[in-house]
Write a protein that binds this ligand. Structure first.
Ligand SMILES: NC(=O)c1ccc[n+]([C@@H]2O[C@H](COP(=O)([O-])OP(=O)(O)OC[C@H]3O[C@@H](n4cnc5c(N)ncnc54)[C@H](OP(=O)(O)O)[C@@H]3O)[C@@H](O)[C@H]2O)c1
Length: 240
């Protein structure tokens, strides 16, 4: 049973909706907030002051992740679920033929999407492994699938999500003997601001996507095995 959860990148989009779903299920939630401006997460906190903690968290920064982890440790001995949701897209237009490929930006995308999730797990490992749940749910992407890759651009994002998937395998290999489990979930094409504007043509609203993602999380035993499951929001396996 999930009693306590931590969600990264929770100030908008899929992360914010996942926080709402977890609160609806009675969980205590630590929600990572990246932007400093007051927003929907702070309003949600006013509705759930005893079960929602808003934690400043930049998963691209060692210091920020360490600080957030010690703040969480002050009020929770155990974390049943870590949802590594925070992510950035970077450039999705340029191909190898473009002269102005931005490698610094790709490093930033990799730092957030791949290393960021690992930083968070590393910093919260003790409370995670002390918990009953011991579950890590990484919001990955179809873009991280090597088997299904068709694009000729999106370099930083696709490579970072493929690295996130590899990280999940390594972690799962390590933690499963102690009851730990990692899930990789492609959330579908979701109407968020990830592209810098509302992606209104996308298939799912963030609320719809979060409901399905929570179903996959709740159904975790179905996906338990030697390797982490890589599935979409409807639980359908995705090619590695
Ligand atoms: N939307 C889709 O169709 C789609 C498809 C496949 C996978 N995904 C994945 O789903 C996840 C959520 O994306 P979304 O669509 O909800 O996008 P979003 O609305 O842009 O939300 C991303 C969240 O991550 C936060 N964030 C960005 N950089 C961060 C950092 N360094 N540290 C901590 N938090 C940071 C953002 O904070 P700010 O609000 O302050 O920027 C925001 O809260 C991502 O991992 C994404 O790759 C999305």
């Amino acid at each position: 049973m999930i009693k306590t959860a931590c969600v990264t990148g929770a100030d908008r989009g899929i992360g914010l909706e996942l926080v709402k779903r977890l609160l609806e299920r009675g969980c205590k939630v630590f929600a990572g907030k990246y932007a400093s401006a007051r927003g929907a997460l702070d309003e949600l906190r006013e509705e759930h002051p005893d079960r929602l903690s808003v934690i400043p968290l930049d998963i691209g920064s060692d210091a920020s992740v360490r600080q957030a982890a010690s703040q969480i440790a002050e009020s929770a001995a155990a974390i049943d679920l870590i949802v590594n949701n925070a992510g950035i897209l970077g450039d999705i237009e340029r191909t190898v033929y473009d002269e102005d490929l931005d490698f610094d930006e790709m490093l930033q995308v990799f730092n957030v999407n791949a290393l960021g999730a690992f930083r968070v797990v590393h910093a919260l490992l003790k409370p995670l492994m002390r918990s009953e749940g011991k579950l890590i749910a990484n919001i990955s992407s179809e873009a991280g699938s090597i088997g299904a890759a068709k694009r000729t651009n999106w370099y930083g994002y696709c490579m970072s999500k493929a690295a996130l998937n590899m990280q999940a395998v390594l972690l799962h290999n390590q933690l499963r003997e102690q009851g730990g489990q990692v899930l990789l979930i492609h959330p579908g094409w979701v109407q968020t601001q990830m592209r810098g504007h509302l992606d209104a043509g996308a298939t799912y609203t963030p609320e719809q996507a979060s409901v399905h993602i929570m179903d996959v999380i709740a159904d975790r035993e179905r996906y338990r095995g030697d390797k982490p499951a890589f599935v979409d929001l409807l639980g359908r396996p995705y090619p590695w």
